[in-house]
Design a protein around this ligand. Structure first.
Ligand SMILES: *Cc1c(COP(=O)(O)O)cnc(C)c1O
Length: 421
């Protein structure tokens, strides 16, 4: 559930009319709901009640400082995948001991920055990475706490571009080699094994792939303990899916996920970390856009919006479905008609939806893409020299611009002309 509902014939973000934000900041823009963010974080936190745990928000899903701070104030940790994200988390006030560092290609500079600034653990994904981390830690007079990310070779049954737990994926080390890799870790002076990490993919709509992966992690925990390693922490990754459509195929709830985690892993007595991104912020955000033109094609009508694939990439990148709603509530029983919903970018891939049934629309009308909070603003680019669109955060009846739209000059002046020109 979220806090974007119709009231008196108009779409609201909590207690603020979306049209009022559009008038103030211009379109297109992203708007997030504090109440929805808070609710989703708490659902995970409560799902793991009774176990020692930390919910680390996977901030690659949405990394605005205001969003991070909202979650950090609720007690969230952060899962970062780059030096930039580490710096963002710290700038938002997240202490190092609540930050886990994931990612298959951490550079030496990134490792050094996190070791110097403070880190809860590195989730290491290969032996060369482990060797490099050990050397860097020794050179700084430190010991890096690590888990090893294992690849359990389970099918997450999700979109191929966001499945990460099959042997063919680049992530982690094969679980069959885990004991060997942990034995190697034990010989390194600059790393200290604290646990095991696993993340099998994103937008998972069933619990069974998780259960299969976590069973393998439980077996591995026992095997590694028998080998003499200290395993006190299990990082279980993120990936729980959200409903993008209005049909009845909703993914499992955090409480069901938490129950399964306890069933499979509680007996090990480990501290549990999870790294949800999408489920915390996905349905907490809309992208709002205005109709520029309605154009009649040979056999269809095109709804041409001021928002485009550079602003919300998911449909072009993953064939993702986003529910599109009008900001003015349609009259009950209003006739629907199919539109191809497109942006102005010079690519046929700049198509948000084909033959989507919507109420009659005209130039100037506002529409909102639902479930756009995760992997929306963070994946945006300035393709076609279109400015990154503003982000707005709502809390009750207040709203604030949390990232403003850059001017054309700001974009142009980032380029520099060489002396010879
Ligand atoms: C992307 C990612 C996540 C978050 O996935 P969601 O589907 O957004 O929950 C968590 N952990 C790692 C290592 C990731 O790469």
């Amino acid at each position: 559930m979220d806090h974007f509902l119709y009231r008196d014939g108009a779409l609201y973000a909590e207690d603020v009319p979306v049209a009022e934000i559009a008038a103030a900041v211009g379109t297109p823009f992203y708007v997030y709901s504090t109440a929805t963010l808070t609710r989703h974080f708490r659902l995970f936190d409560e799902a793991l009640e009774g176990t020692d745990h930390l919910v680390c928000f996977a901030m690659k899903a949405a990394s605005n400082q205001a969003i991070l701070r909202t979650l950090a104030e609720l007690g969230a940790g952060m899962d970062v995948v780059s030096g930039g994200e580490y710096a963002r988390a710290r700038a938002a006030g997240v202490p190092g001991d609540r930050i886990v560092f994931s990612g298959v290609g951490k550079t030496h500079d990134e490792m050094r920055a996190a070791l110097e600034g403070g880190i809860r653990q590195f989730n290491v994904e290969s032996e060369p990475e482990m060797d490099a981390l050990s050397d860097i830690a020794v050179s700084l007079g430190k010991v890096a706490p690590i888990t090893v990310r294992v690849n359990p070779d389970v099918d997450a049954k999700t979109h191929a571009k966001i499945a990460t737990g099959k042997a063919e994926n680049k992530f982690g080390i094969p679980i069959s080699r885990a004991r060997e890799v942990y034995a190697h870790a034990a010989t390194l002076p600059g790393v200290e094994v604290v646990g095991i990490d696993v993340h099998i993919g994103s937008q998972l709509t069933e619990l069974e792939p998780y259960r299969a992966a976590y069973r393998k992690v439980a077996e591995l925990t026992e095997a590694l303990r028998a080998d003499g390693h200290t395993i006190t922490r299990l990082d279980l990754g993120g990936g729980l899916g959200i409903p993008y459509t209005r049909d009845n195929t909703a993914p499992p709830l955090p409480v069901e996920y938490g129950q399964m985690v306890k069933e499979e892993l509680a007996h090990l007595g480990c501290e549990i970390e999870i790294e949800p991104g999408r489920l915390i912020v996905g349905n907490a955000g809309l992208m709002v856009s205005r109709v520029i033109y309605v154009k009649s094609g040979q056999d269809r009508d095109f709804l041409i919006l001021d928002g485009a694939m550079n602003d919300l990439l998911r449909p072009a990148m993953y064939d993702a479905y986003h529910d599109i709603v009008t900001v003015a509530e349609p009259a009950p029983g209003a006739a629907m008609q199919p539109y191809d919903v497109v942006g102005p970018v010079c690519e046929s891939g700049d198509t948000f939806a084909k033959a989507r049934d919507l109420p009659h629309l005209k130039a100037g009308d506002l529409v909102a893409f639902r479930s756009a909070g995760a992997y929306g603003a963070v994946m945006a680019s300035e393709y076609n020299t279109r400015p990154l669109i503003p982000e707005v955060l709502v809390k009750g009846d207040q709203f604030a611009v949390i990232r403003r739209r850059p001017t054309f000059d700001e974009m142009i002046n980032r380029d520099t002309i060489p002396e010879w020109l």
